[in-house]
Ligand binder design. Structure first.
Ligand code: SF4
Length: 438
């Protein structure tokens, strides 16, 4: 058994979670063994997120909490978005860190690790953001027992005014469709039935081999033998085309759910955010989704209190909420991020006002969701099991529309994660459904 052990903690989005699966696989290939506590590890790695200040601070708290372990000879590595954003400044702030690498450098991890093992005390992988390559590896250690992730596009070329991603993850680069399909087939052979295609802007996908559009790739993954559910996240409204909705209508394995971040209901604010679409453009795409034969659930992200957002702009966000009737809204107060264009705009809206707007938005959305979820009472939904809640003696899972469903189960042996159950919905809450297996 290898003497080298590592501990990895992941912050942030699904892209990061999946990157971590690839990092784990790559480290295991290099002779490392993963352990589940900082104390048991030779190497402590943090895969970081810098989308919000709170997320960024977490890693520095962690480094501080465990710096005493550096005296025992343990090594520390900071990888991901904070690593790319802060770069060598991390060595100044936490001198016991010996590896700082952004996500575009993960392909070089074996080399970076070897240099660290050879005694280099400050190893960096920070200058690869202009790369044409994606981080593909056959060593992915899939840790999720029921859902397999496939990154189909990395980076972002959109440069929204508030967002760090184009600076931390570099320019957009897509994987060839054949390579994606090969991985989907391998995943199906491993026994997975649900695949989630990932990308910061997943539908900005451009097949470098020119063979498939995003919608065609979606359909092809949905037709891989053994695959019952395909999800994709996150879509950008600017690149959202009608054929995506047509693909969902045509291919049963594509889930009835689209996450389409709008960020604001005001065209004036969208322009200031450099989102590259107007309210009308967005609503046209919503109309396509609503006109589908299948009932497609829609969720979104919203930012309130962006610099210059007037009460009238905010009111437009509220009327958009009413018009779309989302099934889920992830709402955030604007906070300035380093190196972003919005930094030069005056962040004139007081924290208190931002908090008030967010509360108004969340209260209204809760009412909308309560009514939306209520409509499912009496339905029989197919639920994929994700685990169980032993405290409440319930099985937990998700519908095709991505709604959490908790249900009771009469047999002594609980259904396995990844299996499917028909569930009669008996109760609805604003964020989940409850029922019984039929
Ligand atoms: S589209 Fe905008 S919000 Fe999304 S990752 Fe790119 S810059 Fe960030």
């Amino acid at each position: 058994m290898s003497a080298k052990t590592f501990y990895l903690e992941t912050f942030g989005c699904q892209m990061n979670a999946h990157d971590s699966e690839k990092v784990v696989g790559t480290l295991e290939q290099q002779g490392y063994r993963q352990v589940d506590s900082e104390e048991a590890a030779d190497l402590l790695l943090y895969n970081t997120c810098s989308i919000r200040d709170k997320a960024e601070q977490k890693v520095f708290h962690r480094l501080n909490d465990y710096k005493k372990l550096a005296r025992e000879g343990k090594r520390f590595g900071v990888i991901g978005c904070v690593a790319q954003q802060e770069g060598e400044k991390i060595f100044e702030r936490a001198p016991y860190v010996s590896l700082v690498a952004g996500s575009a450098s993960y392909r070089r991890l074996p080399e970076l690790l070897a240099r660290m093992e050879a005694g280099e005390s400050r190893v960096t992988g920070l200058d690869d953001r202009e790369t044409e390559e994606t981080f593909e590896t056959e060593f992915t250690a899939r840790k999720n027992p029921y859902r397999a992730y496939i990154t189909i596009i990395e980076g972002c070329d959109k440069f929204c005014a508030y967002c760090v991603v184009p600076y931390t993850r570099g320019k957009e680069r897509s994987r060839g469709s054949e390579s994606v399909l090969e991985e989907a087939r391998r995943i199906a052979e491993m026994g997975y039935t649900e695949i989630q295609l990932l990308g910061q802007n997943v539908n900005s996908y451009r097949d470098p081999t020119g063979k498939k559009s995003f919608a065609e790739l979606l359909a092809a993954v949905g037709e891989v033998s053994g695959i019952r559910r395909v999800r994709f996240t996150t879509s950008h409204p600017r690149d959202f085309t009608r054929d995506i909705v047509e693909a969902i209508d045509a291919v049963p394995a594509l889930c009835d759910h689209v996450h389409l971040p709008v960020q604001s209901g005001s065209t004036r604010v969208l322009r200031r955010m450099a989102r590259e679409y107007s309210r009308e453009w967005y609503m046209e795409r919503i109309a396509w989704i609503k006109a589908a034969r299948r009932q497609i659930s829609i969720s979104t992200d919203m930012i309130v209190g962006f610099p210059g957002e007037t009460p009238e702009d905010f009111e437009e966000t509220m009327t958009l909420l009413d018009a779309v009737q989302y099934d889920a809204v992830f709402g955030f107060k604007y906070s300035a991020r380093p190196n972003t264009p919005a930094l030069v705009m005056i962040d004139s809206i007081a924290e208190q006002e931002k908090a008030k707007r967010l509360q108004i938005l969340q209260d209204r959305q809760r009412e909308i969701q309560r009514a939306n979820y209520e409509r499912h009472v009496g339905d029989i939904l197919e639920v994929m099991v994700e685990g169980n809640n032993s405290a409440r003696e319930q099985i937990v899972g998700r519908s095709s529309q991505n709604k959490p469903v908790n249900f009771t189960w009469k047999h002594p042996i609980a259904p396995a994660p990844g299996s499917y159950q028909q569930v009669r919905i008996t109760r609805a809450f604003p964020n989940s459904l409850a029922g019984e297996a039929v």
